[in-house]
Write a protein that binds this ligand. Structure first.
Ligand code: NAD
Length: 377
């Protein structure tokens, strides 16, 4: 089975889908691996490092698509590349399946089996393949480092002959994978951290990281079977904003990470809440790529509103591209190994497997994923 890895072509993307250590593992399982020349250059891995472990290097991107049985990449492909892919082959990457209807249809038309990394279920068995988590974890870390650099204060308390400095106050809104890492990172830097999430179950995790859980009574909030937050009603959201406004006004840094799987992110910080915050406060909108938690935040921009700096930088894990690539690459090789048939030396799509059922979107010219199928109708 020939596994091919094209270079990422999204502007500014430095992450790499597969690093040589993963190539080595796949080759040891009996796969053949071909990478596009220059695959690892954005993180300082020369082609020779791939060659040394046994990968073939291909200069012609079109030939790579034509010959591959399994294509691995990080970002969704541009739609014009789908017709280049061999019929009957498998394509694995992030796909933005709720926003990319035409792309999914193109996989159907060209009879490519598309696996979406976003749709891998958040179960214990799938943890090692969970790229949403691996990347969100790093994004949480980066958000705090970014905030610490932009804040005109230090994070820890400092008692010196020149006076005592109080610790920075950091408020994390949304305590999923990114939020937990943001809390842990801010705590390690010495900040005083508060956090809020609509899922009451996370309170214990917040406390165990040495942060305070902000209590706001929103009534029944609930979560989906997958553990994702449910959307709040308009009244609940208003209550939440009122409950958070005071904490925001007292904070030096507010990091919002709240997302709703497959839907637009909830608006949590309004202009009037921003107006109540102190000049110099840093706000990081980590949900900016899925609609934004902060009113007025702009993707890939840092704007100032009444002295409050609202940062909407996208692709935060891309800022630590070496580790982000290492983790994504592990997620991929773990996924492939899970379904690898050693005798046949091939990746097998087990159609009745829970993880495959969750993440396989198209197969043999049809949409096979229930969630995505239902979206269409
Ligand atoms: P996410 O990125 O979808 O959302 C981030 C956080 O925002 C979530 O904690 C969510 O509850 C919260 N949120 C949504 N609306 C909010 C609002 N109005 N105000 C405040 N917070 C709000 O979440 P994620 O990091 O992808 O995690 C999703 C779930 O999956 C979590 O329950 C997580 O623990 C779980 N998970 C499980 C596993 C596993 O068991 N293998 C792995 C990873 C994540």
């Amino acid at each position: 089975m020939l596994i091919a890895v094209p270079k990422e072509i999204h502007p500014g993307e430095k992450r790499v889908a597969l690093i040589p250590a993963s190539v080595d593992r796949l080759l040891k399982n009996g796969a053949q691996v071909t990478i596009e020349a220059g695959l690892g250059s954005s993180i300082g891995i020369p082609d020779d490092d791939y060659r040394k472990v046994g990968a073939a290097i291909e200069n012609n991107r079109g030939a790579l698509f034509q010959n591959a049985d399994l294509i691995l990449r990080l970002r969704k492909p541009p739609i014009e590349e789908i017709p280049l892919i061999k019929k009957g082959s498998i394509h694995i990457s992030f796909l933005d399946p709720f926003g990319e209807r035409f792309l999914i249809e193109s996989f159907v038309t060209h009879q490519v089996s598309a696996i979406s990394m976003e749709m891998i279920p958040r179960t214990t068995r799938a943890q090692k393949m969970d790229a949403l988590s691996s990347q969100a974890n790093l994004a949480g870390y980066v958000s705090v480092i970014l905030a610490a650099e932009r804040l005109p204060k230090i994070f820890p308390m400092l008692i010196t002959p020149a006076g005592t400095l109080t610790p920075a106050r950091v408020f994390i809104i949304g305590v999923g994978v990114a939020g937990l890492q943001a809390i842990a990172t801010a705590r390690r830097l010495g900040a005083r951290v508060e956090a809020f999430d609509t899922r009451p179950a996370v309170e214990e995790q917040v406390l165990s990281l040495g942060a305070k859980f902000v209590k706001i009574d929103l009534g029944e909030t609930g979560q989906t079977q997958q553990g994702y937050a449910k959307a709040l009603t308009a009244e609940q959201l208003e209550k939440q904003r009122l409950g958070m406004a005071k904490v925001c006004a007292q904070s030096d840094v507010v990091i919002t990470t709240a997302q709703l799987f497959g839907r637009k992110a909830p608006l949590l910080l309004t202009q009037s809440m921003l107006a109540q915050m102190r000049p110099g406060t840093i706000v990081i909108d980590m949900a900016v790529e899925s609609g934004g938690n902060v009113e007025g935040s702009k993707l890939n921009e840092e704007i100032e509103l009444n002295g409050v700096r609202v940062i909407g930088l996208g692709n935060l894990p891309g800022r630590v591209a070496v580790h982000a690539s290492q983790m994504y690459s592990s997620n991929l090789h773990n996924f492939i190994e899970e379904y690898w048939d050693k005798d046949a030396r091939a990746f097998r799509l087990k159609l009745d497997d829970e993880i495959i059922k969750g993440c396989l979107l198209t197969h043999q010219g049809q949409i096979v994923n229930e969630q995505i199928k239902n979206l269409k109708s």
